[in-house]
Design a protein around this ligand. Structure first.
Ligand SMILES: Cc1cc2nc3c(=O)[nH]c(=O)nc-3n(C[C@H](O)[C@H](O)[C@H](O)COP(=O)(O)OP(=O)(O)OC[C@H]3O[C@@H](n4cnc5c(N)ncnc54)[C@H](O)[C@@H]3O)c2cc1C
Length: 382
């Protein structure tokens, strides 16, 4: 009566932990030789922290997180502050913790908790090529040809999910035309005047740059995204400094100084997929990026994967796998679709507009109080 989880990223490990905590036996099948995340940062909103709490790892993630004071939107051209959302006591009283974390400081606590639960079997070097099922159970077909049997299978294998390929058959993810360049900078290299305990986002014409401290203050995470019409998927390719900078002009002094601090850049061409509701094929269901990959603009992909994991483990009933998966998909798909649309809207209307459209954005923010911002965030964080 084992549940198979394909993929050991944040979503897969969270699902394994959630299911084990409700008494299920779980086997995680991870393609890579180790469970690891890329060495970059992630923003975790209050909805994400509530899920980590539900899984019993919220306290340890909080202890490793950087608790920022504000989320700040600045004009990338002039440096002028367009908007600020204090992440203070008022915010926390209403929504809970908002913090920035090294990705590994989310994954490692989930992994440690999985390792110390005897109901969870963690397997690496176990890439899944396909699945097969009948009325009694399901088998994951590994790339090696080995079959791993279980009662149910969760496809948490990310953006290019093999499980989704078989279940939905909707081909490759959609290339957004936006390229993200990431760098992690030792904090000791950052001048004091640029060190603020905030998430800063500079929004310019067809680009934006996000910058915040991670890993207990040891590193600064820099994510610079350009709407440059990129047409081919790229996944973590090393790229030279000059090749990055040519996408980001004109750039205000502070943003330029921040960008100049980075010397090792990697590029990703961002992809998402249009929302779908068919997440289930009988004993098989999708979770996290495999079900609903989004652009990162609402900083919600991992948070949504965590929500999926907690939702799925709370509705899972081993006596009714098909019904459990149907309930989970019905509970989750509309919200995931809303996050998808919100993420695209933020890129288009908030992060990348130029000229008149940028002025309209600024006027919109100028007309909103902090209470108005809270109201607009209620559906997501509340
Ligand atoms: C630039 C950028 C910034 C982001 N910032 C944020 C943020 O601030 N906040 C936030 O919440 N989200 C953010 N996200 C989104 C977040 O990273 C993802 O949504 C999240 O990691 C998805 O988790 P997952 O477990 O579903 O998939 P993944 O993390 O992709 O994990 C999938 C796992 O499955 C494994 N796998 C793949 N194929 C197979 C196979 N066939 N068999 C077995 N195993 C397989 C992979 O090796 C991997 O370990 C960002 C994304 C990007 C690109």
């Amino acid at each position: 009566m084992t549940v198979l989880v394909v993929g050991g990223g944040i979503g897969g490990l969270a699902a394994a932990l959630g299911l084990a905590r409700t008494g299920r036996r779980v086997t995680v099948l991870e393609a890579a030789p180790a469970f690891e995340e890329i060495g970059a940062g992630i923003q975790v909103g209050p909805n994400g922290f509530r899920m980590l709490d539900a899984l019993g790892v919220g306290a340890v993630v909080r202890s490793r997180a950087v608790h920022v004071d504000e989320l700040r939107l600045r004009c990338g051209v002039t440096g002028w502050q367009v908007a600020g959302l204090p992440v203070d006591d008022g915010f926390r009283a209403r929504f809970g913790t908002y913090a920035v974390v090294h990705r590994d400081d989310v994954l490692a606590p989930l992994l440690d908790a999985c390792r110390s639960d005897e109901r969870i079997d963690l397997r690496v070097d176990s890439g899944v090529a396909a699945y097969a099922q009948d009325a009694d159970g399901v088998a994951a077909v590994l790339r090696s040809g080995e079959l791993v049997h279980g009662q149910a299978l969760i496809g948490a294998d990310g953006l290019r999910s093999a499980v989704r390929r078989q279940l939905v058959g909707d081909g490759d993810p959609q290339v957004s035309g936006h390229t993200t360049f990431r760098a992690v900078i030792p904090a000791r290299n950052v001048p004091h005047s640029l060190k603020e305990n905030v998430v800063t986002l500079w929004a310019g014409p067809r680009y934006h740059v996000v910058w915040y401290v991670i890993a207990g203050g040891r590193y600064v995470n820099l994510v610079a995204t350009a709407d440059n019409g990129a047409s081919e998927p790229v996944n973590g390719k090393p790229v030279g400094h000059a090749d990055v900078m040519r996408h980001f002009a004109p750039l205000c002094d502070d943003a330029a100084r921040v960008m100049e601090l980075a010397d090792e850049w990697r590029a990703w061409v961002l992809c998402d997929r249009a929302p779908i509701t068919n997440w289930q094929d009988q004993r098989v269901v999708l979770l996290g990026d495999a079900a609903h990959p989004v652009l990162q603009y609402a900083a919600q992909g991992a948070c949504q994967a965590l929500e999926d994991a907690v939702c799925l483990s709370s509705v899972f009933d081993p006596r009714d796998v098909l019904g459990s998966f149907a309930r989970y998909a019905a509970l989750r798909s509309e919200r995931a679709a809303r996050v998808h649309h919100a993420s695209r809207w933020m890129g288009r209307e908030i992060y990348h507009p130029a000229g008149e459209a940028a002025l309209a954005r600024d006027a919109m923010f100028a007309s909103w109080t902090v209470a108005d911002l809270h109201e607009r965030l209620e559906w997501l964080y509340g």
